[in-house]
Design a binder for this molecule. Structure first.
Ligand SMILES: [Zn+2]
Length: 451
């Protein structure tokens, strides 16, 4: 069955950044088979798509109604299961120790992680995100939720030098993660990786072992890097090194390495990132809300380091959508650089799509609309008040659009959002199940549940 999405401003994000003011995308099975202008569509298929009958048998015609057709977005750093912690102690100076860690210890279990991940996936899909790099616990279960929900994703099993909600020791976490990695080894859409928590929260021997395992399974080796003051202080005091230098020194910086945050990175370290082929997940919303600073992304991009955008967890960045991140990215970097022309909208859309896919090692699979790649496609409507007029679709996506403008979403050719509604899940039911579970946990005992 062929589906053709037509009559939209087509932003392909392919290598040439081809853009069609009026264009179409054809999909068959899980793949994109053609892209082009409306003129080319007419030449190939005649005017049949505009007839009431829908034209040629076997083709599903989907009118984008003049909206923006773009590749599905790629969220390169997320902790979906932390949805219950969204908005908790947002303005508290020591929020992590006062709110998050105690609540995680008291309330988090497999059921809550799974129900919250399902809710997170609904939020991601409704915001036009078709690929997510998640990092939390119970990765095997989270991968199962991704698989059923239809999103493309990598579920990271967090490993750290202390007991967590799903493992008493780092070795137990690694065993669990490896079992899930094996289970999803041949899955075309979902995979699992081992994710060290951070450069100083996971000891050197585990970092080395995990790096080797992740490479063996061709999945990202991703960890919080150069994010925290205590992390930088410890590495400087102990080894006289920055975080990227440390990862390089112990031999875990390579093409599969995805450094999340990478805020406190020196110019020399950017060169090292480039030399090793490593990537960065830039979480500007989370970083600036926590007053951690702005990563030197301009320099990274100039050096040729692939940089994708990440929402971080809902406890840190609140919303999981990338429209918010694209806007923050433009605003903070332009302001930092005192240069209105820095970070043009097209580059920021590339970070949310093509470069994000590269950062996850999925550039051959997703991140652009072109024949042969997976059909991960989004239509952003331009009928809403905030979307008129559109002179430049890239600028409209970065400066005007919101997640609420996402009308249609396909992942691997499967329509998961239509007319702004999930097609296979019921958001009310997913939220109800999560709220009901929260009422059975410490969220109620602590008086936090008021719903
Ligand atoms: Zn994070």
């Amino acid at each position: 069955m062929k589906t053709i999405v037509y009559n939209g401003m087509l932003v392909t994000m392919n290598e040439n950044m081809d853009m069609y003011p009026a264009g179409y995308v054809a999909m068959e099975g899980t793949k994109v088979t053609e892209t082009g202008s409306m003129e080319q569509l007419r030449q190939r298929y005649g005017d049949v798509f505009s007839t009431e009958e829908g034209g040629e048998a076997g083709i599903v015609w989907e009118d984008a109604c003049g909206g923006i057709i773009m590749p599905g977005m790629v969220n390169t750093h997320c902790h979906m299961s932390m949805v219950p912690f969204r908005g908790l102690g947002d303005d508290c100076k020591d929020r992590l120790r006062v709110f998050l860690l105690p609540m995680e210890e008291k309330a988090m279990d497999r059921e809550l992680a799974v129900l919250a991940a399902r809710y997170g996936i609904c939020e991601l899909l409704l915001a036009g995100i078709t690929t997510v790099m998640d990092m939390y616990y119970y990765a095997g279960d989270i991968a199962g939720v991704m698989d059923t929900a239809g999103i493309r994703g990598i579920a990271g099993e967090t490993v750290m030098d202390q007991a967590t909600c799903d493992a008493k020791t780092p070795l137990e976490a690694m065993d669990k993660g490896l079992e899930a990695m094996e289970k999803y080894r041949d899955n075309p859409r979902v995979s699992v990786c081992l994710s060290p928590h951070g450069t100083t929260t996971c000891s050197r021997e585990y970092l080395e072992q995990i790096y080797r395992k992740d490479r063996e399974y061709h999945v990202p080796f991703t960890l919080h890097t150069a994010e925290m003051d205590y992390e930088m202080f410890y590495l400087k005091e102990t080894y006289g090194l920055g975080a990227v230098e440390y990862l390089d020194r112990i031999g875990v910086l390579g093409e599969s390495t995805l450094a999340a945050h990478a805020i406190q990175v020196s110019p020399g370290e950017i060169e090292v990132l480039k030399k090793r082929g490593a990537s960065v997940a830039h979480c500007i919303g989370s970083n600036t809300k926590a007053a951690k600073g702005v990563a030197p992304v301009k320099r990274m991009l100039e050096a040729g380091v692939p940089v994708g955008l990440g929402s971080d967890g809902p406890a840190s960045g609140n919303t999981l959508d990338l429209f918010t991140q694209m806007r923050f990215c433009a605003n903070f970097h332009k302001n930092e650089l005192r240069d209105r022309s820095a970070f043009p909208a097209r580059d920021i859309v590339a970070m949310a799509t093509r470069w994000g896919a590269t950062a996850l090692g999925l550039h051959h699979v997703t991140g652009s609309l072109e024949a042969g790649k997976e059909a991960d496609l989004v239509v952003v409507e331009t009928d809403s008040a905030n979307m008129f007029p559109v002179y430049d679709p890239y600028a409209a996506l970065v400066y005007s659009a919101q997640a609420a403008n996402v009308k249609t979403v396909y992942v691997a050719g499967r329509c998961l959002v239509k007319d702004k509604k999930l097609t296979e899940m019921d958001l009310g039911q997913v939220r109800g199940a999560l709220a009901e579970k929260m009422r059975r946990t410490a969220f109620r005992d602590q008086g936090l549940v008021k719903f």
